[in-house]
Design a binder for this molecule. Structure first.
Ligand SMILES: CC(C)(COP(=O)(O)OP(=O)(O)OC[C@H]1O[C@@H](n2cnc3c(N)ncnc32)[C@H](O)[C@@H]1OP(=O)(O)O)[C@@H](O)C(=O)NCCC(=O)NCCS
Length: 203
């Protein structure tokens, strides 16, 4: 996808993705993820089983920004995907939950406060906008749509640490009111430092 080829087309549309819709478009959705994160080609292949398994988790919800055709029509089976986001309800048996629990305790959160926060949250697992479509508010629109009418008390996410919080992800999360839960946290199996951020719901 290139920005130049979409200039004459209608503005992107935000759509909910059902489980079958995401599964059918998984290679395209993962293509957005790999391009947005600048991961090496092939990352899609080992992420596909994980994204598929995530669709089975309670409270799973996904949204996407898609490009309508020149007449403003959207065929979900083929419309170019410009951005994708999903998440689900956090639960104690999940790896991410356990990592965050341990990280919160290590950085000084009490056990009751940790349990209280981790009792009722939506994990914002993935949010990615294709580089050619970034900087036009799509990330913000997907975030708002994904978190609309959620039953959970709060939303949590992790994002890589960057100097001076100077990237679009950090600006988006701060603008949306996310605050620090853990900083400079290293998840098992990944030596990059991450921040875990959260905020109460509704937005
Ligand atoms: C992080 C990411 C999801 C944000 O999505 P985005 O669409 O690029 O970002 P936003 O929705 O915040 O909009 C970006 C900019 O567009 C501007 N903008 C333009 N028109 C806008 C509109 N109508 N509404 C809102 N913002 C608009 C905003 O001011 C914002 O400015 P900024 O760059 O100074 O923050 C996206 O940049 C991305 O995928 N990055 C790489 C992958 C990544 O980091 N993912 C998150 C990992 S946790």
């Amino acid at each position: 996808m290139s920005a130049a080829t979409t200039d004459h087309l209608p503005a992107p549309t935000i759509v909910d993705l059902s489980v079958p819709a995401l599964r059918a478009r998984l290679p395209d959705a993962l293509g957005v993820y790999v391009a947005a994160m600048a991961y090496p080609r092939g990352t899609e292949n080992h992420r596909a089983p994980m994204w598929t398994e995530h669709t089975t988790r309670p409270g799973w919800r996904a949204v996407a920004a898609v490009q309508p055709d020149e007449y403003g029509r959207v065929d979900l089976g083929s419309a170019p995907i410009l951005a994708v986001a999903y998440g689900y309800r956090g639960a104690p048996h999940q790896w991410w939950h356990q990592q965050v629990h341990a990280g919160m305790r290590r950085c000084g959160w009490s056990e009751p406060a940790t349990r209280d926060l981790l009792t009722d949250y939506f994990e914002l697992t993935e949010l990615h906008v294709h580089p050619a479509a970034q900087g036009r508010g799509l990330g913000s629109m997907l975030l708002t749509r994904l978190l609309q009418d959620r039953p959970e008390r709060s939303v949590l996410l992790s994002t890589p640490e960057v100097a001076a919080e100077d990237n679009r992800a950090w600006r988006l999360y701060r603008r949306t009111g996310f605050s620090d839960v853990i900083r400079h946290f290293v998840f098992a199996g990944d030596n990059r430092p991450f921040a875990v951020l959260g905020r109460s719901l509704p937005l």
